[in-house]
Write a protein that binds this ligand. Structure first.
Ligand code: SAM
Length: 298
């Protein structure tokens, strides 16, 4: 335990930045959280206990890492910016349950890292992070489609993106990203965070999202996930157009093909004029299934 103020304390953060001559790198999405209350609320939202192993993406100066280390069994933090490694080694030296590795989360071999660094990899595994916003979607999709099961993913992101992840059908935020996340788990906004809680302040507000990944796949599909998401993306290609017109762009204007597509919509009881954002994930699955049976998608 350190008797210094928490790393996320504004004065301490500024002292660390000055001591190491660090300037936040925009290219790596570096905005450091300087609100200890928010840091503690993130740890509470992820319900971290001493039985949990935690993976943190982008420890930065170690503000969230420190709070995680106090609450968790072990913390493994992946930081892309090599120049922060000596800083992290110094500020996190009071904590013996933290390992920082110089890795790009988009390229990392997570199963290998988990086996190498956690003393007991069978413990519940959670991901907690203040994400680099420029790669929020690829990071989330990578985590959700990885062979590793996470008990909880609790991450900070741009507020607008958080609203898209947790959107309800029929709203303007609801779309392909919402459905991609829903396919893998349940997303909820835990709380919002002002841009003024960061140094430097980003030009957007943020929110914490918790995602509970499904333990079992949603359904056994007779087609690939890629087919499902091609249909979903195709149906959202022109949000102001009807479902039928989007299908026309996706499948081709051929009268015979559209005749079969109309038959599919009729069979499913779907109004051809409905806007795509009204459909639930299960309706998109049924639609893809019926299009697949009618040989309209592979
Ligand atoms: N966790 C710190 C905090 O809350 O103050 C810093 C968060 S900052 C928004 C994002 C962090 O992710 C930065 O430290 C950045 O260098 C790191 N980062 C950016 N791209 C990354 C990647 N591909 N893999 C791992 N870390 C990355």
């Amino acid at each position: 335990m350190s008797n210094q103020p928490a790393i996320g304390n504004l004065n301490r953060t500024q002292a660390i930045l000055k001591k190491y001559g660090i300037r936040a790198k925009k290219s790596y999405g570096q905005n450091f959280l300087t609100d200890v209350n928010v840091l503690k609320k993130i740890v509470a939202a992820a319900e971290i206990s001493k039985n949990d192993n935690v993976i943190e993406i982008g420890p930065g100066l170690g503000a969230l890492t420190e709070q995680l280390s106090l609450a968790a069994n072990q913390v493994l933090a992946l930081e892309i910016d090599q120049s922060l490694l000596p800083v992290l080694a110094d500020v996190l030296s009071p904590y013996d349950n933290v390992t920082v590795v110089n890795q790009d989360i988009l390229k990392a071999d997570l199963p290998a890292l988990i086996n190498e660094h956690f003393a007991d990899p069978s413990k519940p595994l959670k991901v907690v992070a203040n994400l680099p916003y420029y790669i929020t979607s690829p990071i989330l999709m990578g985590l959700l489609s990885s062979p590793v099961h996470f008990d909880c993913i609790c991450v900070m992101m741009q507020k607008e993106v958080a609203e898209r992840l947790a959107a309800k059908p029929g709203t303007k935020q609801y779309g392909a990203l919402t459905l991609a996340i829903q396919y893998h788990g349940q997303a909820q906004i835990a709380f919002g965070v002002s841009r003024h809680s960061f140094v430097p302040a980003p030009n957007v507000d943020s929110a914490i999202v918790t995602i509970e990944p499904r333990k079992e796949p949603l359904a056994r599909l007779p087609f690939s996930q890629k087919t499902l998401f091609n249909v979903i993306k195709g149906c959202f290609a022109h949000r102001r157009k009807s479902l039928r017109n989007n299908l026309k762009s996706l499948l081709g204007k051929d009268a015979e093909i559209m005749g079969r597509a109309d038959g599919v919509l009729q069979k499913l009881g779907l109004d051809p004029q409905v806007r795509p954002e009204k459909l639930t994930l299960l309706q998109f699955i049924d639609l893809t299934n019926a299009l697949h049976e009618a040989n309209l998608v592979k």
